[in-house]
Design a protein around this ligand. Structure first.
Ligand SMILES: Nc1ncnc2c1ncn2[C@@H]1O[C@H](COP(=O)(O)OP(=O)(O)OP(=O)(O)O)[C@@H](O)[C@H]1O
Ligand SMILES: [Mg+2]
Length: 363
């Protein structure tokens, strides 16, 4: 609980831009950093609707409106903000609903961080570099471990043959089983760190998703609904690697459901593409969303899911999302994740449409 006497100076001195608007969309708080990032004085913003104030940044208006309407946190959305004077600034925004003591939503608070000071290539490049470093490090360790493991397995097998049965046989079998498990993990690490060549072809993304659905086990209580856009053009991708990506998303979604729940898979064409990266403007993309109403991800873990070996599952490797991230980036695609604990998770990827199809459309 922050004493009211302190809260004002905390808000004013925050290193992030802070904007609060009420349920009728009127801005009531606009701190110094928000003024600096947007180049707009609070005397201009306060008392106006956020839709007017940010009318040039539709992605931000959409995001804030969605938070207000759905009452859910939208975390770490990246985009550029049109400064009143000066060039557009890359920012990352998190918007959270604000509830009163009666439990009713009173408004939305949004925090905004200036990314231009960190790196021109935004957070994405940080993620990429981190993955590359971990990959090289993990690969060298994996190599070192692989040989002694082979030796241990051989000796355990000899032991297992020498003993006729009973407890000793059981122990040596456990050694073999555990060595095999470690070996599998090491193979996955090596696989992850090896740069894989993409075999790009024109693909029907619905076929890939259908194949994955044949392969995944569906526990009782979990229903899967498909909301495919039938007019979707082909994408340009590597079928095998994308199968691995969607297999992981769908498995993660199913595994997040406790008891009963629903996994929804949605595809659509993205035309009003306003997500980050300037270079992507004008490129036609297909989006694939995997949503679940499972346990969700705690905000402090949301960014960690892309870190290799981060897992909250007893038998998970924690490589699924890291691999998926790498594959999508290699495809020239984009990756987004939204989640709130208890409400569920939405993973969305954007993949470029196959070129010949774009040409067919006359572009
Ligand atoms: N849909 C989801 N709902 C809830 N948590 C998720 C979801 N997707 C990913 N996570 C979280 O992210 C972590 C990392 O996911 P990732 O797919 O990389 O590894 P894993 O599923 O734990 O292991 P593996 O994919 O190797 O079986 C998970 O352990 C889980 O905590
Ligand atoms: Mg997984």
């Amino acid at each position: 609980m922050i004493p009211p006497s302190l809260s004002e100076s905390i808000i004013e001195n925050l290193a992030e831009g802070l904007i609060y608007f009420d349920s009728s969309t009127i801005i009531a708080a606009y701190n110094q950093m928000a003024e600096k990032i947007t180049g707009m004085p609070s005397s201009f913003a306060v008392g106006r609707s956020f839709a007017d104030v940010f009318s040039r940044d539709c992605w931000l208006v959409d995001m804030l409106r969605k938070t207000l309407e759905e009452g859910k946190v939208i975390a770490e959305c990246e985009g550029t903000i049109s400064q009143r004077f000066g060039s557009p600034l890359p920012v990352v925004v998190t918007a959270s609903p604000v509830f009163g003591t009666d439990g009713r939503q009173k408004g939305v608070v949004a925090t905004m961080r200036d990314l231009s000071g960190i790196r021109p290539l935004e957070l994405d490049s940080l993620r990429k570099e981190r993955l590359a470093c971990i990959g090289v490090f993990a690969a060298s360790i994996a190599h070192e471990i692989k040989n002694p493991l082979g030796g241990m397995r051989g000796v355990a097998q000899l032991l297992s043959r020498k003993v006729s049965g009973g407890e000793l046989r059981e122990y040596s079998d456990i050694i073999i089983k555990e060595v095999d498990r470690l070996n599998k993990l090491i193979e996955e690490i090596l696989d992850f760190s090896k740069p894989k060549e993409l075999k790009l072809r024109s693909l029907n993304i619905h076929k890939i998703l259908d194949n994955v659905l044949v392969l995944v086990a569906r526990p009782r209580g979990v229903s899967i609904s498909l909301e495919y856009d039938p007019s979707l053009p082909h994408i340009r991708g590597d079928g095998e690697q994308l199968t691995q990506v969607f297999m992981n998303f769908i498995k993660n979604a199913i595994e997040a459901i406790e008891g009963s729940g629903e996994v929804r898979i949605l595809t659509r064409m993205v035309t009003d593409f306003h997500l980050v990266e300037e270079g992507l403007k004008g490129i036609k993309m297909v989006s694939v969303e995997v949503r679940d109403d499972g346990r969700g991800i705690r905000p402090e873990n949301l960014e960690k899911v892309f870190t290799p070996f981060f897992t909250t599952k007893p038998t998970g490797t924690g490589l699924g999302m890291a691999i998926a991230y790498k594959v999508i980036k290699d495809h020239g695609g984009l990756f987004g994740i939204e989640s709130s604990p208890g409400a569920g998770t939405k993973v969305v990827v954007y993949l470029p449409v196959a070129e010949e199809v774009v040409k067919d459309n006359g572009e």
